[in-house]
Design a binder for this molecule. Structure first.
Ligand code: DAS
Length: 368
């Protein structure tokens, strides 16, 4: 069994304190079978680990729920995939070890700044982020809007913990590193790899709580597929129309992003919930509306009051799996194709950038 260690595993402490990763002074080195193997003919990929089920551990191989997410470190994850060193030189970086429900704006800010520096280094050809699947789409969307690079940014997770029979993590990770090392993956924005699919971060969402094929963009489809661990793309590189970019390079690590809350829509909803969210610090709201952004009359009265008196920006999104919410009539902003959790990320970044109502309408209602 090939033993797989790291020479250049950067300790968690330095990341936890938010000290940015210095551009790589040396090419990435990987230790295999106790001999240093750095193959100059292979591309260099840096893997940023945050935790999640892919790093999960349970007490039995039959346990696929109720395990501890983030229990296994990046070095151990790669021990399970010795084939990786035949594809690329890798460096492992443990940024966090959490279930993805515990990912915070400050972790995302730190991750964005570390990855931007890494991608700006001539030694790095692509990055992979191992992440829990429950909020993976939010983190992938966040980086899709804040990383400026042609190089591949690939998110990967797993639906079964690393200790489970037929764990999906190892092959997902092998495919993600293969994609990050592939020049054909350039210029496609952040991507998501699970279950042999290549998905784009902007439109893809987690559609099923348990299934291996949970990540889908039901209207926009996939970017490609893996055959024998080789990525096969369906299209030439392209990005979503008018995808905005938010430059976070100058933001102090640990800086707070504005609180933006999501209010779920339902019959006879309680209008006071939106009011209470603003009273408790929300600087913006996203509504998971019924159908194409529908809201009750009483609920709309409360929203209109918040917009007119508190100047709170409100994005009308949808609780449906997919679809488009048009620009609203007199108040509020239509969320377009974005689901509530992504509309929240975009509103948070836009408010942090100081966008006013007109600019918000432009980025949310582009497809209008
Ligand atoms: N453990 C959950 C999470 O961290 C689920 C997963 O990773 O699949 O998101």
């Amino acid at each position: 069994m090939v033993s797989f260690k790291f020479l250049s595993l950067v300790c968690t402490a330095s990341y936890a304190l938010g000290s940015p990763l210095p551009p790589l002074a040396e090419p990435i080195l990987a230790v295999r079978a106790n001999t240093v193997t750095y193959n100059a003919s292979l591309p260099n990929v840096t893997i940023f680990a945050t935790g999640g089920t892919i790093a999960g551990a349970a007490s039995s191989s039959g346990q696929t729920t109720g395990y501890q997410a983030g229990a296994v470190g990046i070095a151990a994850l790669l021990e399970a995939v010795p084939e990786i060193v035949n594809i690329s030189n890798v460096q492992g970086v443990q940024v966090a070890s959490v279930g993805s429900e515990s990912i915070t704006p400050s972790i995302l800010l730190n991750l964005t700044q570390l990855i931007q520096k890494e991608l700006d280094s001539p030694y790095c050809q692509g990055v992979v982020i191992t992440h829990g699947t429950d909020t993976l789409e939010e983190s992938a969307f966040f980086l899709d809007l804040t990383i400026r690079s042609e190089k591949p940014v690939v998110f990967v997770g797993a639906m079964r913990p690393s200790t489970a029979i037929s764990a999906d993590g190892p092959i997902n990770l092998l495919e993600a590193v293969t994609l990050a090392a592939d020049p054909a993956a350039k210029g496609r924005g952040a991507m998501i790899v699970l279950n042999d699919r290549i998905a784009n971060a902007y439109f893809t969402t987690k559609t099923n709580a348990n299934a291996l094929d949970t990540f889908k963009a039901t209207e926009q489809g996939f970017l490609g597929f893996f055959i024998n661990i080789k990525p096969k793309f369906y299209y030439h590189p392209a990005l979503p129309l008018d995808k905005p970019y938010f430059d976070l390079s100058g933001v102090k690590s640990g800086a707070e992003l504005p609180q933006v809350d999501i209010i779920y829509g339902y019959q006879a909803l309680n209008p006071a919930i939106a009011t209470a969210a603003v009273a408790s610090g929300a600087k913006g709201l996203v509504l998971a509306g019924m159908g194409a952004g529908g809201w009750t009359d009483g609920g709309n009265d409360a929203i209109e009051a918040l917009i007119k008196t508190n100047k709170t920006p409100v994005i009308y999104s949808r609780r449906t799996m997919d679809g488009y919410v048009e620009p609203t009539g007199s108040f509020g902003i239509g969320g377009g194709f974005l689901n509530p959790q992504k509309a929240r990320i975009m509103l948070q970044l836009a408010l942090h950038a100081g966008y006013g109502e007109a600019q918000l309408k432009t980025i949310f209602e582009y497809y209008g």
